[in-house]
Structures are given as structure tokens and as C-alpha cells.
Write a protein that binds this ligand. Structure first.
Ligand SMILES: [Zn+2]
Length: 143
């Protein structure tokens, strides 16, 4: 297993439930790999996983990404009364633009919310939710 997959102890958040379309994405995440769909016909890349290319309708394939990107935008969650999130306040919900193009939502960790800046370089890591699913998180890349 890749060192980028972290067993962060007890997982208390909802566990993603892969379906037929998203299963390759979740399987890759569990291996410590970030994948997006890439169309073999037109080259379009997309996230989240869908049954067809949203540009041409062809059957999309999968592209393994570098796991690096830049922070496109973010918000700091300071109020959330739902467990387990209320125990994590404040936390950062980010939209990351991958080097490969698609944008992806996730939590940014490893820095204070007040230090987060649009455009900062980030990298993915994964936290184990159960034996079959790991969830991508983001952290700042060292400057
Ligand atoms: Zn296409």
C-alpha cells in the first residue's frame, strides 16, 4: 500500500458507497492513486465518474493523475452541528484543480484555515474509511 494512504484511526464520517460507475475511482483511491476519466475518442477528462464522456458520448477510460494540483477556491466551515464534523471545526472544504485539468472537491488539511490561499499548490493523500474505501484529502505542498 502506498505511503500516501493513511490509516487515521477510527473513521466516523459517512463511508462512500461505490457503484458500478465509480468503483474504479474508489479502488484506485484505496491503492493510493487518484484517477479521473479520460475519453479515448476525444481526450476529454472529467470528474466525477460518469457512464459516458460528457463531450462526445463515448465510453470513458481512466487516467492515473499525479495527485498534484492548485487550490481553485475554498471555504472555511466554522459552524456544523452534525457529528462527526462538529468535532473537526474549523475545517477547509476546497476545490482543487488537478494538473490534469478536472476540478475535485475535498478537505484541505495540514495548515491553518487562515493560511489557506487560492492558487496554493496542494497534493492528495488518502485516509482509510474501511477495508474497501479510502477517501482523498488534500494538503499543502512544501514551498
Ligand atoms: Zn469524448
Amino acid at each position: 500500500m502506498s505511503p500516501d494512504v493513511v490509516d487515521a484511526g477510527e473513521w466516523t464520517r459517512p463511508i462512500p458507497r461505490p457503484d458500478a460507475v465509480s468503483a474504479p475511482y474508489w479502488e484506485a483511491a484505496t491503492r493510493g492513486e487518484l484517477v479521473v476519466q479520460e475519453c479515448p475518442e476525444c481526450g476529454h477528462r472529467q470528474f466525477y465518474p460518469r457512464t459516458v464522456c460528457t463531450d462526445c458520448g463515448a465510453d470513458p477510460g481512466w487516467l492515473t493523475c499525479s495527485g498534484k494540483g492548485t487550490l481553485h477556491t475554498f471555504t472555511v466551515i466554522r459552524q456544523n452541528h452534525a457529528k462527526p464534523f462538529k468535532d473537526e471545526l474549523p475545517y477547509v472544504v476546497a476545490i482543487v484543480e488537478l494538473e490534469e485539468g478536472p476540478r475535485m472537491m475535498g478537505n484541505l488539511t495540514g495548515c491553518e484555515p487562515d493560511d489557506v490561499r487560492i492558487g496554493m499548490p496542494v497534493e492528495v493523500y488518502f485516509r482509510t474509511a474501511d477495508e474497501n474505501v479510502a477517501v482523498p484529502f488534500w494538503r499543502p505542498l512544501p514551498a
